[in-house]
Ligand binder design. Structure first.
Ligand code: MG
Length: 460
């Protein structure tokens, strides 16, 4: 297990656990790792809008240069813009300095592989090992890397999206959209994209500001009050909010209703599998069954992966999937790239609205409604593995259980619903999620299997 890299790269509070020494060391370790397979690696580096972006970018760049990697600074960009550049251009790796939706005092380092996907756990483990052992392979004096800049990453990204959506269709419709970039990295790309799509735009917090004066950058309902109000105030067709590094998007319908990410994910899956007349879709085991329902209706297939966008993206590549994503607003469109892409999601949702000639609220009404129940229970870290094994073992012959899925935790499919028991990667707890069309049923499911998990944990 990695110590520094979490589910979304390395994160920490600036000048406390996220400091120049760490960034420099990670840069050297990263470069050492790349040099094992590439003689002269080319690494693209970009940042979000945080105040500490230059400090960390320069430290990690110095580390990379010292090992003989060439570093190309692409400036302040949305995370998917950097990933797109790495995938399309001749880069061997990419670095994003971002802490996504975390508060402004945080920052982070995220790794991108040469195909534009997020680093896999194996790569992160290798880099960490080099870092902790300080096993750096520094270049001799004439072999150190060169630093250059490339200013076209944002335009290149916007052009990529425009070539993957139906621009003419959108220009006909001229949707009025309220865009809330939350003062994050989306500010440099999304307004330009929407203008090129012929939208009428009402901007909200579309000025870059690493202190995030508009609101916290996680696009949850409590942070989007202004957006919700603005949509109805100006009579817009929709509202869209991006998180701090603009890989995730959340939508507001024309009535000012906040649309949860599971609904948007299912909506995109529904129309993409309809258009493609089937295909394979990929989403984590935690995703609502509304996704499975709409996809199977179109004779398409769903594969459930472990939780985390790198797992979704890699499985999409492996299975040649037509669509994939997560419930947090992270939608992945393979025709563009294998990573979460909020600007692409905004363009695609409007494309669906235009093609179906329906308001966003009408489209969302077509998505089945499920009741979710979430709870948790204490479980010492050293008992987690045993508890999972026992849970799977003891439920396998349970008359109520139709199928046991051990992809990530233990997921039990039962009559009218499912329950998932997953140990937390960081805390000494088990999380229990259950879902059914009835609220009582999902609560009953969660409680029943929580009791079983408690018995197992306490009996050992
Ligand atoms: Mg993000």
């Amino acid at each position: 297990m990695t110590k520094l890299f979490g589910t979304n790269g390395i994160r920490g509070v600036v000048n406390e656990d996220m400091n120049c020494e760490l960034a420099l060391g990670i840069g050297k370790a990263w470069g050492t790792y790349l040099k094992k397979t590439v003689i002269r690696p080319k690494v693209a580096i970009g940042t979000d809008a945080r105040l500490s972006n230059h400090m960390l970018k320069n430290a990690i760049s110095a580390g990379l240069l010292s090992t003989g990697c060439d570093v190309i600074d692409v400036g302040l960009v949305p995370t998917p813009a950097l990933q797109y550049a790495v995938k399309e251009k001749d880069f061997d790796s990419g670095v994003v300095i971002t802490a996504s939706h975390n508060p402004p005092q945080f920052n982070g380092i995220k790794g991108v592989a040469s195909d534009g996907t997020e680093f896999s756990k194996d790569v992160e483990e290798d880099i960490e090992k080099i870092y902790f052992e300080k096993n750096y392979l520094l270049a001799e004096w004439k072999g150190v890397g060169k630093l250059s800049t490339w200013d076209d990453a944002v335009d290149f990204y916007i052009d990529g999206i425009l070539s993957n959506v139906d621009v003419d269709l959108r220009k006909e419709r001229q949707y009025h959209i309220v865009l809330d970039c939350g003062n994050g990295a989306g500010c440099v790309a999304t307004p330009i994209l929407l203008e090129k799509l012929g939208c009428k735009i009402t901007e909200l917090y579309c000025e870059l500001d690493g202190t995030f004066p508009g609101h916290n950058s996680e696009p949850v309902p409590e942070n989007l009050g202004d957006l919700i109000q603005k949509v109805t105030e100006v009579g817009a067709d929709l509202g869209a909010a991006q998180d701090g590094d603009a890989d995730r998007a959340i939508f507001i319908d024309e009535n000012g209703t906040y649309i949860w990410g599971d609904k948007t994910l299912a909506l995109a899956a529904k129309y993409i599998t309809k258009e493609k007349k089937g295909g394979t879709t990929i989403t984590p085991v935690t995703t609502s069954s509304c996704f499975d329902d709409v996809v199977t209706e179109n004779d398409a297939e769903v594969i459930h992966t472990m939780v985390g966008s790198p797992f979704v993206a890699r499985t999409m590549i492996e299975k040649n999937a037509v669509f994939g994503g997560e419930e947090n607003g992270g939608l992945i469109f393979p025709e563009m790239q294998y990573c979460r892409d909020s600007a692409m999601a905004i363009a695609k949702i409007m494309e669906i609205m235009a093609r179906e000639n329906k308001a966003l609220s009408e489209l969302i009404k077509e998505i089945p409604i499920y009741e979710v129940h979430k709870t948790k229970m204490p479980c010492p870290n050293d008992k987690k593995e045993m508890a999972m094994k026992e849970l799977a073992e003891q439920t396998k012959d349970d008359r109520d259980v139709i199928k046991v899925d051990e992809t990530d935790g233990v997921k039990l499919y039962v009559e009218n619903g499912w329950v998932l028991m997953r140990p937390s990667g960081t805390e000494p707890i088990f999380r229990i999620y259950s879902e059914s069309k009835s609220k009582d049923r999902s609560e009953e499911l969660a409680l029943k299997y929580k009791r079983l998990a408690e018995e197992i944990i306490n009996s050992q």
